[in-house]
Design a binder for this molecule. Sequence first.
Ligand SMILES: O=c1ccn([C@@H]2O[C@H](COP(=O)(O)O)[C@@H](O)[C@H]2O)c(=O)[nH]1
Length: 278
Amino acid sequence: METFGARLHRAVAERGPLCVGIDPHPQLLARWGLPDDVEGLDRFARTVVDALGDRVAVVKPQSAFFERFGARGVGILESTIRQLRDCGSLVLLDVKRGDIGSTVRAYASAYLDPSSPLYVDAITASPYLGVGSLAPMFELAAEHGGGVFVLALTSNPEGAAVQHARGADGRTVAQTVIDEISQLNAGAEPLGSFGLVVGATIGETGHDLSRVGGPLLAPGLGAQGATAADLRAVFGASLPAVLPSYSREVLGAGADVAALRAAAERVLADCRAVVPAR
Ligand SMILES: O=c1ccn([C@@H]2O[C@H](COP(=O)(O)O)[C@@H](O)[C@H]2O)c(=O)[nH]1
């Protein structure tokens, strides 16, 4: 079985270092001339899949915008995931799950067990109940070739107050998360399956990402103000592991398939200029 890290490494080599989010904000639905209901959600998601599913390495549906419509919205999330997988893009579901270990096991079966209707290649997870509480997720991901991206240094301005706080050993909370995830990836080639979320907006913070060994998802580009050039200061020598992620910057170009493709090509060119091939 091929690991998620190996599959991601290949997808990026073939399609380029880019993740595009599917975030059907009410404002975007309106801008695309779609109603703010399940039919609008369905047409929005299908258009993104048609435009990008066969060319972008990773597509990241934001679960919240589907959950907003209840069971029917989650049904559309299920079919969007299926369509994306059929088109060959890796699906990273942005759900930021985290809980006590026994509940984390249930989240893991919901997203990382191939028999689940919401099965995806990778998910995002929150470490604030302790990285160790996510162990059942890491175990199921490893068993089925899946991946987990754990929040470390998020792109929002409120994140630093928690993530830069220091523990008794002098390390920041974020560095503790970084170090624990690095251990999970030890020895993995060409890339580990356990990633971190590090916002493109955060600037140089002095955190050491040199031993992560897994992918570094970088949201915050475009709508939140960061540019591809900002990745240099945030990631330094770790740039080859960076997976830049854009949602509104690309989605704002819709509702036309050609316009979405052009927007994705434009941001991919920006990213290629900064993120060296691994
Ligand atoms: O630190 C984080 C973690 C996750 N996100 C998510 O990424 C997208 C960003 O959307 P844009 O439209 O490109 O701003 C969104 O789904 C967030 O929930 C993040 O922004 N920062």
